[in-house]
Ligand binder design. Structure first.
Ligand code: SAM
Ligand code: SF4
Ligand code: SF4
Length: 336
């Protein structure tokens, strides 16, 4: 066993998030607001997007450097054609868990083929149970029932337990916290509330819009008492809580109020082949140019190890100290 690849803060490289498309069929107000992502917005043209062959080649090199988890994301990964074909090629990589984050809109019809292709886990984003509130969040009037059908289909296909992510924006869907908790209690799926983050610039994030984890927990705890559960593994982003009455678990991703940079082992491969060492990075490194210039595996590996070894990112920690980055990459492109 070779020594793990460490960054400048001694964090190993473990997770690779691959954004397979910058496009999406939703316009969530906190991610791809219509004011920016309208018909004039220039999405990446096909030639600038990594092909599946290119993604698989890079993924293999990342796995050789210690990556054990690959998450496919976007944009909406299920709008990219034949994502099953990519999963089939990633699945044989040694010791890898493959998961996918989706808005669930296309999941009901695809859950079986995704599972057969080799997908291990799915995370479904759903920000409300109430139809009107959900419509305000996704901004395309997408029905809640279809996302719930996607969750059911994924569970029947063998992808359970499913993680359900809910981003909470004050004044828009914070009134849904209890209803969401009630819906998923006892379902076997794990609902995770996410603090609204200052990812990208398009969403015009303000601290006042964030409902801190402590407040979310207080509200749930007053309805159904909770107790803390130990993390599944070091560096787990969601803090785990259990309903004392046996109703299962709920999680909180407190990326704003409780920075977890010290354990961050994530690297992001954006749709166009740029590598980002932090969700809040303002610059990436172009691996596509290197790939397409005919670089050997050894040369690509050298680039990858150099990027990780030089990594010093800890954006959330710095934000907590009042130091902020002005220009950040949009979440739909870098991959959430
Ligand atoms: N389209 C897929 C989806 O929505 O699940 C995958 C991509 S999306 C960018 C990945 C995750 O990032 C989703 O759970 C989404 O809710 C979350 N997200 C996007 N913008 C966010 C923000 N500003 N703050 C917190 N979470 C955000
Ligand atoms: Fe699309 Fe996901 Fe962003 Fe919503 S959060 S706009 S579903 S990429
Ligand atoms: Fe990792 Fe950057 Fe998030 Fe910190 S802010 S946890 S370094 S992605």
């Amino acid at each position: 066993m070779t020594d793990p690849l460490l960054d400048s803060r001694h964090r190993p490289l473990r997770d690779l998030r691959i954004s397979v498309t910058d496009r999406c069929n939703f316009r969530c107000i906190y991610c791809m607001p219509k004011s920016t992502f309208d018909h004039n917005y220039r999405f990446l043209p096909k030639g600038e997007i990594l092909s599946y062959e290119e993604i698989v080649r890079l993924a293999r090199l990342f796995v050789a450097q210690g990556v054990t988890k690959i998450r496919l994301t976007g944009g909406e990964p299920l709008v990219r054609r034949d994502i099953e074909h990519l999963i089939e090629q990633l699945a044989p990589l040694p010791g890898i868990e493959i998961s996918l984050t989706t808005n669930g809109s296309l999941l009901a019809g695809r859950a079986r083929s995704l599972r057969s292709a080799g997908l291990h886990r799915v995370t479904v984003s759903l920000d409300a149970i109430d139809e009107t509130v959900f419509a305000r969040m996704n901004d395309v009037d997408f029905p809640v029932a279809e996302v719930l059908a996607g969750i059911d289909a994924a569970a029947s296909a063998g992808l359970a337990p499913i993680k359900v992510n809910a981003v909470i924006k004050r004044g828009v869907n914070d009134g849904e916290i209890i209803a969401m908790a009630r819906h998923f209690r006892g379902s076997g799926h794990v609902l995770r509330f996410i603090e609204y983050m200052d990812a990208g610039n398009a969403n015009h994030w303000r601290m006042d819009d964030v409902v801190p984890a402590t407040e979310i927990l207080r509200r749930i705890n007053s309805e159904w008492p909770l107790e803390a559960v130990d993390a599944n593994y070091p560096g787990e982003v969601a803090e785990r809580w259990r309903y004392r009455d046996g109703g299962g678990e709920v999680g909180i991703i407190a990326s704003v109020s409780h920075a977890f940079c010290a354990d961050c082992t994530r690297l992001r491969l954006a749709t166009d082949g740029r590598i980002y060492t932090c969700l809040f990075a303002s610059q990436g490194t172009d691996l596509r140019a290197l790939l397409r210039s005919g670089a050997s595996d050894a040369e690509l590996t050298q680039a990858i190890t150099g990027i990780w070894q030089a990594r010093d990112d800890r954006y959330s920690e710095l934000r907590a100290k009042g130091i902020a980055v002005v220009k950040k990459i949009e979440m739909s492109y870098i991959g959430g």
